[in-house]
Design a protein around this ligand. Sequence first.
Ligand code: ZN
Ligand code: ZN
Length: 373
Amino acid sequence: MSDNKPRLILVNTTLFVLTFLGAAVLVPLYGYWQGYQSEALWVAFLFWAWSGLSITAGYHRLWSHKAYNAHPAVQWFLAIGGAMALQNSILHWCSDHRRHHKHVDDNDRDPYSAGRGFWYSHIGWMLREYQVFTPELYNNARDLQKNPIVMNQHNHYGKWVLATNVGLPALIGWFTGDVLGMLLLAGVLRLVLVHHGTFFINSLAHIWGSQPYSDKHSSRDNGAIALLTFGEGYHNFHHTFEYDYRNGIRWWHFDPTKWLIRGLARVNLAWDLRRVPADRIESARLAMQLKSSQQLLAEHQKGGEWLARLEEEYEHMLNELQRYYGEKQRQLKLHKHELDRSARRHLAELRQAFEQQKRQWQALRAQLHAQAV
Ligand SMILES: [Zn+2]
Ligand SMILES: [Zn+2]
């Protein structure tokens, strides 16, 4: 039988297998025989947050998508934390990620296409030479090649990886009096958790969850995945509006990466935070609702009058949406003294009318769905 799979990448495979075995076997054994200092737990937690957030706030939202800009001190902090996360250099990671967005679900051009299954998109794509590296691959990241911090991390990547994953935990362990315990918790276990947390965004977040904004790609919104990934679980929103610095847009959405970026902006360490206008987000969500109701009616061969009512309500809602957001936009351009009480009242009325229309729309959809099935 011939095996046409590309060659195994030994460095990656060995690394993933050994660190996983270390976390699953050595970490509990050492805990059983020796026990861990509380310092090791704290350092592991802090390193987990530092390296995890460096991927989400740094590699992903800052460098891949330019969703905001940050002070060089912040960039260094994220570049060093990113090396600790051991997921290749910023330049390489972002180049892959930009290809993922541009060719999402294209099994030949998306480097971790979900169309090739859970295992492939989670970790399999890194285990074999599926992608032949050429310097041209970085052509989609020319902007990053001009960033001295990104290039320093790229050119000295190996040293940064060793310093953060081995040197730093060993040094802290030497101070606290348990080098091995610190290496196991803050080094190995922390690394495995960060690895698989990030990998879930490419695998699970393209399989499990809802698609409120678009079904043109396989990405999903899932609050449970957000808990494991520093807020990156709202992946359907992210693939639909990739330049937004937020992934979870509601205040109750768990998105610590968004909170970190906002906090940095508050102390002037981050700026130019990009947000998609609310009316575009709302329109996308309503269009998906229309689509799912139309599909349901088609599946149950119910069209005619029901479909006409649905589309009529939808048209009304779009009108109300445009009236409300149009007026809001107009008022935003006015000076404060030009905004009198009647203007504010007018805007509040438009908002109320839009909310009322949305309630009517939801009620109609609920009715149709109940009767269709
Ligand atoms: Zn992205
Ligand atoms: Zn994705």
